[in-house]
Design a protein around this ligand. Structure first.
Ligand code: KIV
Ligand code: ZN
Length: 432
């Protein structure tokens, strides 16, 4: 049983809970090795790609977009390495991306020769600005392009019957596309693929650029969910970006609106402001009592791997993982946390002020929770002396010593660690 309780606000009578919270995890798909990688100043080499792939497998991802094999030699070589060296676990499916161009599609299928199972991901842009300015095609032209390349997918898959093929289609810039037209293109593709409830295809709806508040994106997903042909034969996937800083919310709302699957990157890497942050969504679920099916029990190790592979640091205030997110600077926060830890009984539901989840669950420790700087009060000082040195100060001494500490910090402007406090205490009270 989870130690976290599903969130249900008291007082909102016109809503049915928990229907409007996420009650189960989506199907997860990591695109770290593709969307994440294409957004790096220096894209990953094969060694870094492999390290990221293995970390994603260890976390528990079952669908991993590993690259764009027709785009570069490294991408091609990496896909070949995974297949030829038998590095893909039985329960993991690799996914590769291709643009809707015949020579690229042929090369993509070639790169997957010998794979046990693979998701082949076809995309073309559908938004008016891309039709007009980039592709020079009208609506009929886009429908023909997508359905023609979908047909080629079927032909090439039939030529490699040893692989179990899953087809995926993305109307790129879905978030800027007229809904009836997006439906028309997607329906044309599924008309070609003829998926069944037993053999589904994936339709992936990206907010290639995030244009709206997340509820609007979710409304668009709900419209597609209700109106697409062959809905029971489709895994409805979404691929939010984060241009307005609301990628996480967009993904969560989209799942509540009918999506089955989420694509994103660890810690929100990806083009521009990044993709949906998979860690955020997974741990948001976790902290509300829903097992995300992904293992972040050693989140610092995952962070080190991701920082090494991406060569991008994770922000100290990044939800769940940043250096500072289990640190409380204010005296009133420290005091409340100290009291809640003292009152907490084994096996109780988590109900801690200022700590949305137990840092221990992610391999982080309580030691980092309370630090002492010029913003903090006596609670934090006595907590550190007691937890680190077993020194229980009487209340009068707590007040007296906190004034000494305050004087030192006011003069230096620096934070004091537990050993600093111990040394000061020894000096002040002549124990040294
Ligand atoms: O953001 C996007 O539209 C993409 C597509 C290729 C799916 O990454
Ligand atoms: Zn993307």
């Amino acid at each position: 049983a989870s130690k976290y309780r599903p969130f249900a606000p008291v007082g909102l009578k016109d809503r049915t809970w928990p229907d409007t919270v996420l009650g189960k995890p989506p199907i997860w798909c990591s695109v770290d090795l593709r969307d994440g990688n294409q957004a790096l100043i220096e894209p990953m080499d094969i060694a870094r790609k492999l390290r990221m792939f293995e970390a994603l497998v260890d976390i528990g991802f079952k669908e991993i977009e590993v690259g764009f094999p027709s785009a570069s030699q490294v991408e091609w070589d990496f896909v070949r390495k995974l297949i030829e060296e038998d590095r893909i676990p039985q329960d993991v499916t690799i996914q590769v991306l291709t643009q809707a161009r015949e020579e690229l599609i042929r090369r993509t299928f070639e790169s997957l020769r010998g794979a046990r199972r693979a998701i082949v991901h076809l995309y073309n842009a559908t938004a008016p600005v891309m039709r007009r300015v980039v592709l020079g095609l009208d609506e009929d032209g886009i429908v023909q392009l997508a359905s023609g390349q979908a047909r080629l997918f079927k032909e090439l898959a039939a030529q490699q019957p040893g692989t179990e093929w899953v087809f995926q289609y993305s109307p790129e810039m879905f978030s800027g596309t007229e809904l009836p037209f997006a439906k028309r293109v997607v329906d044309a593709v599924t008309e070609v693929w003829q998926p069944t409830p037993q053999r589904k295809c994936i339709i992936n709806l990206p907010s290639t650029v995030e244009h709206s508040t997340p509820n609007i994106f979710a409304d668009m997903i709900e419209w597609m969910h209700r109106n697409l042909a062959r809905r029971d034969s489709i895994v409805l996937s979404v691929h939010p970006h984060n241009d307005r800083g609301t990628g996480t919310a967009a993904g969560e709302f989209a799942v509540m609106a009918g999506a089955d699957r989420l694509e994103g990157c660890l810690f929100g890497n990806g083009e521009r402001t990044g993709n949906l942050d998979l860690v955020n969504v997974a741990l948001n679920l976790y902290s509300q009592g829903v097992d995300p099916g992904l293992d972040f029990s050693d989140i610092d190790e995952i962070r080190r791997t991701v920082e090494h592979c991406n060569q991008i640091p994770v922000h100290p205030r990044h939800p769940y993982v940043g250096d500072l997110v289990y640190t409380s600077f204010s005296g009133s926060h420290q005091d409340a946390i100290k009291k809640a830890f003292a009152a907490r009984k084994e096996g109780e539901l988590w109900d801690m002020p200022y700590l949305p989840l137990d840092p221990k669950d992610l391999g982080r420790s309580y030691e980092a929770v309370i630090r002492v700087n010029s913003q903090s009060g006596k609670g934090g000082i006595s907590y550190l002396l007691e937890s680190e040195y077993g020194l229980e100060l009487p209340r009068r001494l707590q007040i007296e010593f906190s004034q000494v500490v305050q004087g030192v910090m006011d003069a230096s402007g620096k934070e004091l660690t537990a050993p600093d406090l111990w040394e000061l205490f020894e000096r002040e009270y002549g124990l040294a």
